[in-house]
Design a protein around this ligand. Sequence first.
Ligand SMILES: CC(=O)[C@@H](O)[C@H](O)COP(=O)(O)O
Length: 259
Amino acid sequence: MWSLADRELGSRLLLGSAQYPSPAIMEQSIAASGAEVVTVALRRQQPETGAGRDFWQRLKSLGLHLLPNTAGCHTAKSAITTALMARELFDTHWIKLEVIGDDYNLQPDPFALLEAARELVGQGFEVFPYCTDDLVLAERLVQAGCRILMPWAAPIGTGRGLVNPYGLRCLRARLPDITLIVDAGIGTPSHATRALEMGYDAVLLNTAVAQAEDPVMMARAFRAAVEAGYLARQAGPVPRRELAVASTPVVGKPFWHES
Ligand SMILES: CC(=O)[C@@H](O)[C@H](O)COP(=O)(O)O
């Protein structure tokens, strides 16, 4: 078990709820993934018109922790408005804060993100900011009161995996007490394993499962991959070396620590 914003969870995989071929396949995929936290986008469903209510009801009925997000917002103001709406609709103070700064790669706007994060933390939200791997931005978000950060692996929907492992490693090393979740751009289970092996607390992904040829099977694969990465991290991997070290037993010394 681990603790995410004061809630105890078994799974370190968080899943998005968009782009599945059907609601039934989405539900089967969530079940197969073992995820207990599922994100839900408000803005794309036009909450003002009531559209999306059936979908949200269906998600609510699954008994998961819902993490509403502000996907589609391009300003701090619209993200704040969406967060307030989400709090009412889903009866949760969790918000995945997304403020897009560039439509080419859907890169978060660091300035608007920080502004919105400050405001929402002040209003009692648990803010999960979707950010780049910029260390200084991450530190400012922490100073603003964020206990969880969600740096991207790669732009949303690209499936490119961890494009800047150095940046992600820096964040992990410099923010040891912050919950770090790699979010967006993960394409294959091995990307997720790598994030966990690096010491990330969890991963959040959507496209890689929802758009797979067989989403349910892919969800199972990600479940196993996340568990493998976490176990490997706990087990203490061997250090990388430049020079070869024979692994075959030396005669008379079958075990490494035996004298
Ligand atoms: C940023 C965000 O809202 C994520 O939930 C995102 O949608 C996941 O990105 P992928 O679809 O690339 O996994």
